[in-house]
Design a binder for this molecule. Structure first.
Ligand SMILES: Nc1ncnc2c1ncn2[C@@H]1O[C@H](COP(=O)(O)OP(=O)(O)OP(=O)(O)O)[C@@H](O)[C@H]1O
Ligand SMILES: [Mg+2]
Length: 245
């Protein structure tokens, strides 16, 4: 099944999403839209429901109510693996890698599942290693890497093959200020460069770019790519209450 190609539709549209865990209301009537190419942040205190939202958008959890649209197509009930095949990609709050494999093989496994027909997996792995500055680590095991590089490998795995929307759950947490600054600038480069790369795909439409979601954003919960580096943590809960942005 193909995602709709209507460029007028947002990359992601979340409408009236609710999720309860027993008596716990994790998400209540959350609605927002992300345009193609936008870099959008998501903030909220611990337990606000950020990861739950990512679980629902990526298909790991069903919502109790509400609807998810992806480039204009209703993806609410779409199986997780088909979402990924359509380029809806994510990382996890706790980094998940194949610890017995090299960095390159970690990325290769993901690329081989998701690379569109006609695209070379080796070239895709090489491109991702270069874009994430992981070439020198390619043959190392994840346990030998810094946390920042482990997070890079996870991002590489997330985007390998086909990525149109990337959801980053706490990709900067645990990093030093300098490491976070580097990763932010790499994420912003990926947003531009991978978008351009996708234009070269047979499946890609002109002007397509990658959308990003991450927690660290300016105080109103949204920001342009340029502002992502200036984010200060805020205590404003934006998810746990009924919220439209
Ligand atoms: N599988 C689950 N079962 C029961 N309750 C859950 C489950 N997952 C999340 N919750 C609850 O839902 C609420 C939202 O949790 P969630 O992990 O989404 O928050 P978060 O914003 O990602 O927090 P953090 O900043 O700590 O990562 C919390 O009260 C949490 O305890
Ligand atoms: Mg979380």
């Amino acid at each position: 099944m193909n995602a709709a190609e209507n460029p007028v539709c947002p990359a992601l549209e979340v409408n009236g999403i609710c999720r309860n865990f027993g008596g716990v209301v994790a998400l209540r009537d959350v609605s927002f839209a992300v345009s193609a190419g936008e870099v959008v942040g998501l903030i909220g205190p611990n337990g606000a429901g950020k990861s739950t939202l990512f679980e629902i958008v990526s298909g790991n959890l069903p919502p109790s109510a509400g609807r998810i649209s992806y480039f204009g197509t209703d993806f609410t009930a779409m199986p997780t693996h088909l979402r990924r095949r359509e380029g809806m990609c994510r990382t996890f709050q706790k980094v998940r890698l194949f610890e017995s494999m090299s960095v390159a093989d970690n990325i290769r496994v993901a690329a081989s599942q998701c690379v569109p027909e006609g695209r070379d997996v080796r070239e895709e792995v090489a491109a991702i290693l270069a874009q994430l500055r992981l070439e020198a680590q390619a043959q190392r095991r994840p346990a030998e890497l810094t946390l920042a590089d482990r997070k890079r490998v996870e991002i590489g795995r997330a985007i390998a093959g086909n990525c149109r929307l990337l959801m980053l759950d706490e990709s900067l947490s645990g990093l030093t200020h300098e490491e976070a600054e580097h990763l932010i600038s790499e994420i912003l480069v990926l947003n531009r460069v991978r978008g351009i790369t996708e234009q070269c795909d047979q499946a890609a439409a002109p002007g397509r770019k990658m959308g990003l979601i991450d927690h660290r954003v300016p105080e109103n919960g949204f920001g342009s790519a340029d502002e992502v580096g200036d984010i200060e943590p805020t205590q404003t809960p934006i998810i746990n209450a009924s919220h439209r942005f």
